[in-house]
Design a protein around this ligand. Structure first.
Ligand SMILES: *Cc1c(COP(=O)(O)O)cnc(C)c1O
Length: 387
């Protein structure tokens, strides 16, 4: 909607999306593309994929994730999916049963609400606390959970907040979930996109405290959202999911759904084994510079505050202070008028569950972010409340 009815004919600066592939600085490494080409040209991967996936691809994911865990994952712990989106679909679908509920973060990633809605799984929201670096309000988790709660979801590194949970905080989450008798779904689609003070620690590190379903994909770190490749991993050294029948449910669901293309599975080992340190560090540097720029510039725009400098992922939440603006009703109104007058698109916070906030993407060309923030400042001055 914000893209229509523009008064301004400059090209739109898209600070609302999480797909950076349109920007020249955010191109994937040619060697990942070679891996795909090699897999296709081998003519070994033209068949239907075997059920549950190509064995060597499952092994590649298991090896890749095991590097950061205190125990070793087996290929059988891994299920290959069509992006993290299908991982969310599968997990929420198998968890749904009459009366069940799931605890989701607010702000969060709206795909969870949408999928829970489709599956008749009741969504209940716990808060993330901006003043505490967007940590989980564990008291609200305890207050929401009951005997019908199946799991809680965390997104780490966080979209939309840009924070990364510390080891200590993840431990507290694990202990809280254990006490409540629920397990944790950890969306780690931004795993290792960490450029600030907090290092990335996978939730699976606490798999022996509480069983964890880890979701991931190539989309963000490898900058290939269009390749549609992801995974669900049972990070559960105690084998609790097996005993509870969840493994069987996931397998049954996979039997009736479609799989990622065989050649993508065939290319996976080559993709995950390539270290490509230069590529990864270049992306982290770009994201760090963008986060620094955004954090500094927001201080010069009185209608915005950024409570926590991003440590990771590709977006950040900034709070809108409507009291210093004239004629702007809420976050949606702000975004619509900003697009109309300045050709800058940012996402209203209400889209991720937090009214009167904005989500700004940092995975954009540096010059675009710079220009976009200047235009937001101009927009503020045009709409600032007169004393
Ligand atoms: C992008 C994203 C997804 C979806 O990942 P795909 O691999 O593109 O399907 C899931 N969760 C979060 C938090 C995301 O930002």
């Amino acid at each position: 909607m914000a893209n229509r009815n523009k008064d301004d004919n400059r090209p739109t600066i898209p600070l609302g999306r999480a797909d950076p592939t349109m920007f020249p600085s955010y191109q994937t490494s040619p060697s990942f593309a070679d891996a795909i080409a090699d897999a296709v040209r081998s003519f070994k991967f033209n068949c239907y994929p075997p059920s549950f996936g190509v064995a060597q691809a499952r092994r590649a994911v298991a090896e890749h994730l095991s590097k950061d865990l205190p125990y070793h994952l087996a290929p059988d712990d891994v299920y290959l999916t069509i992006g993290c989106t299908q991982a969310i679909e599968i997990v929420l679908s198998v968890l749904a049963r009459p009366g069940a509920n799931i605890l989701l973060p607010r702000p969060g990633y709206p795909q969870y609400e949408a999928r829970a809605g489709c599956s008749n799984l009741e969504a209940r929201h716990f808060d993330l606390i901006p003043e505490r670096g967007w940590e989980v309000d564990l008291d609200s988790v305890v207050a929401l959970a009951d005997e019908n709660t199946v799991a809680m979801v965390i997104i780490n590194p966080s979209n939309p907040c840009g924070n990364i949970f510390t080891y200590q905080h993840l431990k507290k989450i694990a202990e809280t979930a254990r006490k409540l008798g629920i397990f944790v779904i950890s969306d780690e689609v931004y795993a290792h996109l960490a450029f600030g003070n907090n290092p990335f620690v996978p939730m699976g590190v606490f798999g022996s405290v509480v069983p964890v379903l880890t979701l991931g994909s190539l989309s963000k770190r490898w900058i290939v959202p269009g390749w549609r490749f992801g995974w669900i991993v049972t990070t559960d050294p105690g084998g609790i999911f097996q005993k509870q029948g969840l493994v069987h449910s996931i397998q049954s669901y996979l039997d009736i759904t479609t799989d990622p293309p065989t050649f993508m599975q065939g290319a996976l080992t080559q993709i995950l084994e390539q270290t490509e340190e230069d590529f990864f560090s270049k992306i982290l540097n770009l994201l760090r510079e963008a986060a620094d720029l955004l954090f500094d510039r927001v201080k010069e725009i009185p209608c915005l505050t950024c409570p926590h400098k991003p440590d990771g992922s590709m977006s950040v939440m900034v709070k809108l202070n409507l009291s210093v603006l004239e004629g702007i009703i809420d976050d949606v109104d702000f975004c619509m008028k900003l697009a109309k007058e300045e050709s800058v698109v940012v996402l209203p916070g209400v889209a991720v569950g937090l009214k009167n906030w904005l989500r700004i993407s940092t995975a954009v060309e540096f010059s675009s972010l710079d220009d976009g923030l200047r235009r937001i400042k101009t927009f503020y001055h045009r709409h600032a409340k007169k004393e």
